[in-house]
Design a protein around this ligand. Structure first.
Ligand code: GLA
Length: 732
């Protein structure tokens, strides 16, 4: 007989020794405003996963079981247990036993400020070994975070060979996945495919950055081919910055089984008695409003649940120096760029790579990383003078660092060669410039050094308001001079735990400095680092046309105030494409707006248009950066256009973007239906960033009901090559 009691109400501790069967039974319902996750256990048995989807109430728990007996399979399968299936956990016990068999011992719940935390303790039937499964359900956000804590009191070390954060099931049907895939310069491309029998694996083994190729995030569309605004969608994001594996197994048992966690093929963890191994969080959401609905849940969670540092603040409009001068930084150019961005209405200037190095000057990309002192030849009056110039121009100042890296041509490497990761007896494998190496962030001394780099900069120059934190190398030389022999297999994990420790120290002391996560572009767009960073650099590729695809994909999981989008030069430095300045501005305006060029080389038209874009952006920045995103027409659907919009919570203001993706004679441009408005309100249209010298488009100044805008749609002023438009809608 099943027991449908709520877990919290029936939780009790077993006082029996571990070798006796444990006696908890009941159901555990974990709910957010619109979603529920249901688990249950029969007496002395394993924890079962029953359901995840639309919200149910406590008194409806039995309906899930009555309807189809739930999915009803082990919630955290272990190797060697009677379930005999793919497993989330594999442990070799101190006596050499490879099997683990867990039953539910107790269930506890804790009320947090904005969430309820459920902890389910699972104990092995025969060994003093336990797994605590956590489920944090937000009270006002449709997001459940789940993770596990593994510990034991066996006589010796237990070897963890697999240790997933979480596992869940989806009923088989016409289930499709959308996930992000790419490479340098082409990050976050959306790949869409049906889940078919067999195992689909999304894995990353870069070691240091994990989103250049695949992302640790997946959307599951339950009603066939993914739609942006219709259909049921489950979204999953693993909050980890290191190697990961997401496995999706489909067999003839009517379920897709999804496992997500740190990649255990590249790491095996030796767990000492009483040590607690906490896996990263797996964030789960569910929406009935298509992919865009699931994205809005991720964005809300990122902004309001601390998954994005200062997530609910708007960001400054900046000029970054990289594509403007590359390494050719000097005082005169920096001052000129600051004057120019200030004159255009910008609010922040960021000096990129090239400003540092004393004995070894950073004139090429083959030296000086690690030597974070000003190059006095380039900047004779130091950072002090640059900060003063910024202040004179009424803007803020920011700076680039890559503190986890070192060049073999550096004073740091001469002093501390042992601080670089290195495999004993092997020649060093170098990265960028033929000399770049990664520091051993597992080592507390290195952690202190990296914290010190930031701390020194910010104590000496408290005016520094922004840091671009780069990471341009993967973890190649697998070996730590710090970790003992039996912990060498922890490097891929301890590196990221070390990084977290550094970031926690930085954030405790400098909560307000804005920090960008850059990793040769978008290599670190993950919810492992995001709690410590305000934004990420979407890609080193600033070509506006290709950016539409990359920004589209990034927005599946990340909010717009986290996505750095810069107007750059024509021809574009990566693709050579020449794109009109209005289109370049309109594409950058849909996220965190910035510029990435040498203003002194801009044409009059480029300068005027960018100045206009900045001016108009300021008037709608809150809606774009903090609003609710509706992706309307996907560039991946090849309809000739791409379109998206943001609304504020009150549905009083919206900003709409549309871009022409191709241009052919007699091309039919689709009419676009808007979303997220109030059908009963009337909205007045104002065109933003009107093309220099042109009159506003035919929609400007007109008023339309929300109902017409959403149900009938509007024609778009998108004639010609690279046509684009940005419209503000204000409820009257
Ligand atoms: C990486 C970044 C760029 C730039 C350079 C500087 O490639 O992605 O934006 O900062 O490093 O070397």
């Amino acid at each position: 007989m099943r027991n449908y009691m709520m877990g919290a109400a029936v939780a009790f501790c077993s006082l029996l020794p571990a070798s006796h069967s444990l006696a908890w039974s009941g159901s555990v319902l974990v709910s957010t405003p619109n979603t529920s996750l249901l688990l249950h256990a029969n007496e002395g048995e394993d924890l079962r996963f029953a359901f995840f989807g639309d919200r149910i109430e406590e008194n409806q728990i039995h309906q899930i079981h009555d309807a189809w007996d739930g999915l009803n399979r082990t919630a955290y399968p272990t190797f060697g247990s009677p379930a005999n299936q793919l497993f989330a956990l594999q442990a070799v016990h101190a006596d050499g036993n490879w099997t683990t068999d867990l039953t539910v011992d107790q269930v506890e719940t804790t009320e947090e400020d904005n969430a309820k935390l459920t902890a389910i303790t699972l104990k092995d039937k025969a060994y003093p070994f336990q797994v605590k499964l956590y489920y944090r359900a937000y009270k006002d956000i449709d997001m459940i975070e789940t993770w596990s804590e593994i510990s034991h009191t066996e006589k010796k070390t237990v070897v963890l060979k697999r240790f997933d954060s979480g596992h869940f099931m989806i009923r088989r049907g016409d289930v499709w996945i959308s996930h992000l895939h790419g490479s340098w310069g082409d990050e976050a491309g959306v790949t869409t495919e049906p889940l078919t029998p067999g195992i689909k694996l999304i894995e990353n083994v870069d070691g240091a950055r994990n989103t250049h190729i695949d992302h640790p995030e997946v959307m599951f569309s339950l009603d066939g081919k993914p739609q942006e605004n219709e259909g049921r969608v489950i979204g999953a994001a693993l909050c980890w910055s290191g190697n990961y594996a997401i496995r999706m197994a489909t067999d003839n048992n009517f379920v897709h089984r999804i496992f997500a966690g740190i990649d255990s093929e590249t790491a095996e963890y030796n767990l000492a008695p009483k040590e607690v191994f906490a896996t990263p969080k797996l964030a789960l959401t569910y929406s009935q409003e298509g992919l865009s609905g699931a994205s809005r849940n991720f964005h809300r969670w990122a902004r309001h649940a601390g998954m994005l540092h200062n997530g609910n603040r708007v960001r400054d409009i900046l000029l970054n120096s990289w594509e403007g001068v590359y390494l050719d930084v000097d005082e005169e150019k920096m001052s000129q760029m600051m004057e120019d961005i200030a004159a255009m209405g910008g609010e922040l200037f960021v000096m990129d790579d090239g400003w540092f190095g004393d004995k070894y000057r950073r004139v090429q990309d083959n030296s000086s990383l690690g030597d974070w002192v000003v190059d006095k030849k380039k900047l004779p009056n130091g950072l002090e003078n640059l900060v003063r110039t910024a202040q004179k121009n009424g803007i803020k100042f920011g700076i680039w660092i890559e503190p986890e890296a070192v060049n073999s041509k550096s004073e740091l490497f001469e002093k501390h060669p042992e601080w670089a990761l290195q495999a004993p007896g092997r020649s060093l494998i170098y990265g960028r410039g033929g000399t770049q190496l990664l520091l051993d962030v597992c080592n507390p001394e290195v952690q202190d050094f990296i914290f010190g780099v930031v701390d020194n900069l910010l104590t000496r120059h408290p005016q520094i308001a922004y840091i671009k934190w780069d990471a341009n190398i993967e973890l190649r030389n697998y070996g730590s001079t710090y970790l003992p022999r039996d912990k060498q297999s922890h490097i891929y994990i301890d590196y990221h735990r070390g990084l977290e420790k550094i970031m926690q120290r930085i954030r405790a002391k400098y909560p307000d400095v804005v920090i960008q996560a850059c990793a040769s572009g978008g290599g670190r767009a993950n919810y492992g680092v995001m709690p410590y960073f305000e934004e990420f650099w979407v890609s080193d590729n600033t070509d506006a046309l290709q950016r539409i695809y990359m920004q589209w994909g990034s927005s599946y999981f990340y909010p717009s105030n986290a996505m750095a989008q810069h107007i750059s030069a024509a021809p574009n430095h990566q693709t050579g494409r020449v794109i009109p300045i209005k289109f370049r501005c309109d594409v950058a305006m849909s996220g965190r707006l910035g510029l990435e060029l040498q203003p002194s080389k801009m044409t009059e038209e480029e300068r005027a248009q960018s100045t206009q874009a900045i001016k108009d952006y300021k008037t709608v920045r809150e809606v774009i950066q903090l609003g609710n995103l509706y992706r309307l027409v996907s560039p991946y659907d090849r309809k000739g256009i791409a379109s998206l919009m943001y609304t504020d919570d009150a549905k009083g203001k919206a900003v709409f973007f549309a871009y022409k993706m191709d241009n052919f004679v007699n091309q039919v441009v689709p009419r676009v239906c808007l979303r997220g408005l109030d059908p009963l309100k009337n909205y007045r249209v104002r065109e933003l960033n009107v093309k220099t010298g042109n009159r506003p488009c035919f929609l400007d100044g007109k008023t339309f009901s929300g109902r017409l805008l959403m149900n009938t749609g509007i024609e778009l002023p998108l004639g010609g090559d690279y046509a684009s438009c940005v419209l503000e809608l204000t409820a009257e």
